[in-house]
Write a protein that binds this ligand. Structure first.
Ligand code: ATP
Ligand SMILES: Nc1ccn([C@H]2C[C@H](O)[C@@H](COP(=O)(O)O)O2)c(=O)n1
Length: 247
């Protein structure tokens, strides 16, 4: 299954038959690894919404538009065609038909993505695409695991499972440094903190934990332990849905 932007933009709500597992959390808390593991274990689709914000940022930079120029970013927000592949074993991201999976992870994109994702026109477009993808996965794939910063709060507040994934700043920096084969844990921690600050303080859809999201603090936990905890929450939600009186 894949999702392509522009069709159906503006569709509200994501209700339907399959399950939606929504995972938010700060940078490097393990959202992508956990979400992919959960989706693979249950045969669900997977959507990395951060990759969508990175993809649109990549396009802006490629086309000479400054990330900090909110007016120019808003004017161009509808132009790139973003296509997301939602197979958790081989997720893909294309812009205008080009595979950008590697290029959206560069330092240049990472340091600009928070500014681009704070522009309301960008968010309106991508949230509409995300809701379309969720609705399609509910109908066709038994459901989806979606991860980002505003999934539990804005994109899919009706999700059956809502999780706020955290880990200490040190643990997140250690994990990310290891992934990048970097010795500069302090520098990595600073870069994560800067992005978290911007993503949590913006006017539109800041990263926040809702009261009904389960907080999973993962500092001392291995990846498989976290995946198993989320699978347990999904099982509980499915059981409650099957016999609402027992819940
Ligand atoms: N529970 C865990 N224990 C140890 N390492 C983990 C754990 N969860 C994730 N990791 C590792 O931490 C790194 C960051 O994880 P991941 O990319 O899944 O985080 P993220 O929240 O999606 O990050 P971002 O918001 O920057 O996209 C990866 O190298 C991943 O393998
Ligand atoms: N739902 C989302 C997902 C991501 N973003 C922004 C903020 C992040 O810094 C950036 C990159 O995400 P990552 O790849 O680190 O998960 O995209 C957002 O605003 N809303």
């Amino acid at each position: 299954m894949s999702a392509q932007g522009n069709a159906g933009e503006g569709v509200e709500g994501t209700a339907g038959p399959g399950i939606v597992i929504a995972i938010d959390g700060p940078s490097g808390s393990g959202k992508s690894s956990t979400s992919k593991g959960v989706a693979r274990a249950r045969g669900l689709a997977y959507l990395d919404t951060g990759a969508m914000y990175r993809a649109i940022t990549w396009w802006m930079l490629r086309n000479g538009i400054e990330a900090e120029d909110a007016v120019a970013v808003a004017d161009a927000a509808s132009k790139p065609v973003i296509t997301m592949g939602t197979d958790p074993s081989a997720p893909t991201v294309q812009v205008d038909g080009t595979d950008v999976a590697g290029e959206i992870r560069t330092q240049e994109v990472t340091s600009s993505v928070s500014a681009v994702s704070a522009v309301p026109a960008v968010r309106e477009r991508l949230v509409a695409m995300q809701r379309d993808t969720i609705a399609q996965a509910r109908r066709e794939s038994g459901g989806i695991v979606v991860e980002g910063r505003d999934i539990t709060t804005v994109v899919a507040p009706d999700a059956e499972v809502k999780i706020f994934l955290t880990a200490s700043a040190e643990a997140r920096a250690r994990r990310r440094s290891k992934e990048n084969s970097s010795d500069d844990v302090a520098g990595t921690q600073e870069a994560l903190a800067r992005r978290d600050r911007l993503d949590s303080s913006r006017a539109v859809s800041p990263l926040t934990r809702t009261a009904d999201a389960v907080e999973l603090e993962t500092t001392g936990l291995g990846l498989q332990e976290v995946v198993d905890l989320v699978l347990g929450l999904a099982d509980e939600a499915a059981a409650a849905e099957a016999s609402p009186a027992a819940g």
